[in-house]
Ligand binder design. Structure first.
Ligand code: MN
Length: 301
């Protein structure tokens, strides 16, 4: 790592007890929460996940005969400035770029979804190109302004990725709640692929894998997988800022992740797991799913 070390907070507990980085795939906490419009709390997610992870069994869903935690190391949490979204995005860009240059890829734990804009810039700047942005989310996050008059927020940042970072291709998976203008905008993009929650539910396993493989094989360059956990149904993931009914079940989300990581391989430079909000999580009942999700991502990476 270069001289960005001042930006880190050293965690008391590492995630699942993995060593601090080090070698392996770095896991970085990004507790950014500057543009929240509804229920706040995502800034607490990295520290809560770390502290509680030590009490869970470290078993991924699919036994691949490997220990996913042997691949991982804990990079700690980014130290950010409250309310300064642009400055924080710059800091995220710097540190994530550093992490990709040093370790080849990075898993980011949010924080609010806006942080994916900083990650997208880091992917482009470290790789010299930006291939596919995969947005797994109940929402499209592609409004022009939200709240009205505000250009940069968790509901608009994808439009900034489109205009500034310019992915060759965009994939929206699991959406089910949107504004007419924004869905017309993303549908009208030249290289966008859209599958709603309903579409995904009506596809079988192989159909979904074929579709994801088709996109990945059609566009070269790095892949950025950005997962808002509100894509899951509120019955298993109540701890989010903006819950939406009729969400994916865990197995459906896992199919998406496995297909992207199987076919994307080493082209996947960043995986963002964002929007978990402990203060909105009654009894922290979403935590077992969050813990499993991190383990499964490491398992397939
Ligand atoms: Mn969302």
């Amino acid at each position: 790592m270069s001289n960005n070390i001042d930006f880190y907070v050293v965690p008391q507990y590492t995630l699942f007890g993995v060593p601090k980085c080090g070698r392996g795939i770095p896991i970085l906490g990004i507790p950014m929460e500057d543009t929240v419009s509804f229920r706040p709390g995502t800034r607490f997610a990295p520290s809560v996940i770390r502290t509680w992870s030590q009490y869970f069994e470290f078993t991924p869903t699919e036994d691949l005969g490997i220990d996913p935690l042997e691949k991982a190391c804990d990079l700690g949490d980014l130290s950010l400035m409250q309310g300064m979204a642009d400055k924080n995005l710059e800091r995220i860009n710097l540190v994530v770029k550093d992490a990709i240059n040093t370790w080849g890829r990075v898993v980011n734990i949010g924080g609010e979804h806006t942080l994916s804009l900083g990650v997208a810039r880091a992917v482009r700047e470290s790789q010299g190109s930006y291939g596919i942005y995969i947005h797994v989310d109940a929402h499209l996050d592609s409004r022009e302004e939200w709240p009205l008059g505000q250009s940069l927020s968790h509901a608009t940042f994808v439009r900034h990725i489109i205009n500034q970072v310019r992915p060759q291709s965009l994939v929206f998976l699991g959406f089910r709640s949107y504004d007419k203008e924004e869905i017309n905008f993303v549908r009208g993009l030249e290289n966008s692929t859209l599958l709603s929650t309903r579409d995904i539910r009506s596809m079988d396993y192989h159909e979904l894998r074929l579709l994801i493989r088709g996109v990945i094989d059609s566009y070269p360059g790095p892949i950025h997988l950005s997962i808002d956990v509100d894509v899951l149904d509120p019955s298993i993931m109540p701890g989010v800022g903006n819950p939406e009914g009729f969400g994916l079940n865990y197995g459906e989300l896992l199919r998406i992740i496995k297909a992207v990581l199987d076919y994307g391989g080493s082209r996947v430079k960043a995986v963002d797991l964002v929007e978990y909000s402990p203060p909105n999580d009654p009894g922290l009942m979403s935590l077992p799913t969050i813990i499993k999700l991190i383990l499964d991502v490491l398992n397939y990476l």
